[in-house]
Design a protein around this ligand. Structure first.
Ligand SMILES: [Zn+2]
Length: 168
């Protein structure tokens, strides 16, 4: 299960209005409007990302990941004053609050590069891309210049999806 909050829907309504939100619900056979802070099956979560990807383009999935992490309310306000390293250190704990499956490992030991690994998290291209967006959002939020690349992927037979955050 995945904890989905208002922020996910806010990205869709900000981008494509209430109509976009309704379209997405309809595509997922979702009768009720999305309510704030509920646990949903990972299929629903993946369905939302797939809808964004197929209707609007994969790049919006990435933008959505970045948007969500930058709109965490109080947390976003706090992390503006934190370094991207601090954000990364908290990532495994934060992850477990939102996801009931999979796990995260981080490597903070390198000077110019931060590494995070997602085990048993991504099953589709869209979630891999959304996590890249999350990494980029963390850079933006902490006003850190850098880039994020997924250098290994479980969908390609690796044991995890490994992301390198190169700090400039
Ligand atoms: Zn991947």
């Amino acid at each position: 299960m995945v904890l989905l909050t208002e922020r996910e829907w806010k990205f869709i309504t900000n981008k494509w209005g209430k109509g976009g939100h309704q379209e997405c619900c309809k595509a997922l056979n979702f009768d009720e409007p999305f309510k704030d802070s509920n646990y949903f099956s990972s299929e629903i979560h993946e369905g939302i990302l797939k809808w964004i990807s197929s209707e609007k383009g994969l790049d919006y999935v990435r933008e959505g990941g970045s948007f969500v992490v930058r709109n965490l309310g109080m947390l976003a306000w706090l992390v503006r004053f934190a370094s991207v390293r601090t954000v990364l250190e908290r990532f495994p704990a934060n992850y477990s609050e939102v996801y009931s499956f999979g796990r995260v490992e981080v490597d903070n030991s390198l000077d110019d590069k931060l590494i995070f690994k997602l085990f048993d998290v991504n099953r589709i291209e869209e979630t891999c891309m959304a996590w890249k967006g999350v990494g980029e959002g963390a850079l933006l939020m902490t006003k850190t210049k850098g880039t994020v690349e997924e250098i290994a992927c479980c969908r390609l037979g690796n044991d995890c999806c490994e992301y390198h955050v190169q700090i400039e």
